[in-house]
Design a protein around this ligand. Structure first.
Ligand code: UVW
Length: 319
């Protein structure tokens, strides 16, 4: 087997064209006013959980970021010392302020991937030419997703808890059957048009590490593995968004083929499922486990970065 196309076989599950030839938001089309209204009914206690990891952590573990990418570099351009030294001129009336700039990898924190973020065989989600990524994405960027926003019913499946662990091990895998078994064990119903939130504990274990270097020394993420059944399930269940606390939402190298990120190809590129990665899920999972209630109102809007390949986001889960 040489390529993803070989792995998927002829006529793999696809949603291309389902929402017209100009679509750039894929399964986000499943979320409309009816889904918003019914998701609001998931709010019972009013607890609010923010799901972004901090950007620019001062802790020894640093920011959880996929290794080739780097954490945010933020620097002050103006602060009190500059006013005191005369480097910044006094303002009429004496008001002072602090300012800063940042260099960020748009995929370098908790983030939404643009639907065109990954592809194979020269075409992005909905059939756009891969050359539309050159220089700046002109199709399938994060902008249309950001303009729509993501509001719906979130459902958390805690794979780590299901396996009796604080966190799955590095490179530990699980299948769609495991996800469904974990949901059944939690007595959690996954519904059509849900936002599926998978907790592996990976980001939690990164944030508990003694140092960034120590954690990255034998870097490897736990994650979901590709199967044709998994792809059919996502298509049939019309899942809008896959959220997880790893940087890829899947195990990095498929254990059977050695291919890199086949779920990006099968779900993001072929079905138009949105991916949210590096989410902070431990606090939300703790609350869900405490009262055995695993569904919530999920609200997220990535930043409106024109031509962005993705964008940072601070999703909010309201229980
Ligand atoms: C890659 O790792 C290429 O992408 P992502 O950040 O979506 O996992």
């Amino acid at each position: 087997m040489k390529s993803l196309a070989d792995l998927f076989g002829p006529n793999p599950p696809s949603n291309w064209g389902k929402w017209g030839p100009d679509d750039e938001i894929g399964c986000l089309n499943y979320l409309g006013p009816a889904e918003v209204i019914s998701a609001i009914a998931e709010v019972k206690t009013g607890e609010v959980f923010t799901l972004q990891v901090p950007m620019g952590s001062d802790e020894p573990h640093g920011d959880p970021v996929w290794p080739p990418r780097m954490p945010i570099e933020r620097q002050n351009t103006l602060d009190n010392a500059m006013f005191d030294s005369g480097a910044a001129p006094d303002l009429p009336g004496g008001l002072r302020y602090v300012d800063d700039t940042a260099t960020i990898w748009l995929q370098g924190s908790t983030q939404y991937d643009a639907l065109g973020h990954s592809w194979y065989d020269g075409q992005l989600w909905n059939g756009y030419d891969a050359d539309t990524t050159n220089g700046a994405m002109t199709k399938d960027s994060i902008l249309p997703v950001a303009e729509h926003g993501v509001v719906g019913r979130g459902v958390l499946i805690d794979m780590a808890r299901y396996r009796g662990k604080k966190s799955l091990d590095k490179n530990e895998t699980f299948t769609i059957d495991d996800v469904l078994a974990a949901a059944a064990a939690q007595r959690t119903e996954i519904r059509h048009h849900d936002i599926v939130v998978l907790r592996t504990g990976f980001v939690g274990s990164w944030c508990a590490a003694q140092s960034r270097e120590a954690f990255m020394a034998d870097f490897g993420e736990p994650g979901l593995v590709y199967s044709p059944e998994l792809v059919r399930w996502f298509q049939d269940t019309e899942i809008v968004n896959l959220v997880s606390d790893s940087s890829a939402n899947e195990v990095f190298l498929d254990p059977d083929t050695g291919f890199m990120l086949p779920l990006h190809a099968a779900l993001q590129r072929n079905l138009g499922v949105l991916f949210t990665e590096i989410a902070w899920l431990d606090d939300l999972a703790g609350a869900c486990a405490a009262d055995n209630r695993w569904s919530f109102l999920y609200v997220a809007a990535p930043l409106k970065v024109v031509h962005g390949t993705g964008a940072p986001v601070n999703p909010v889960a309201i229980r």
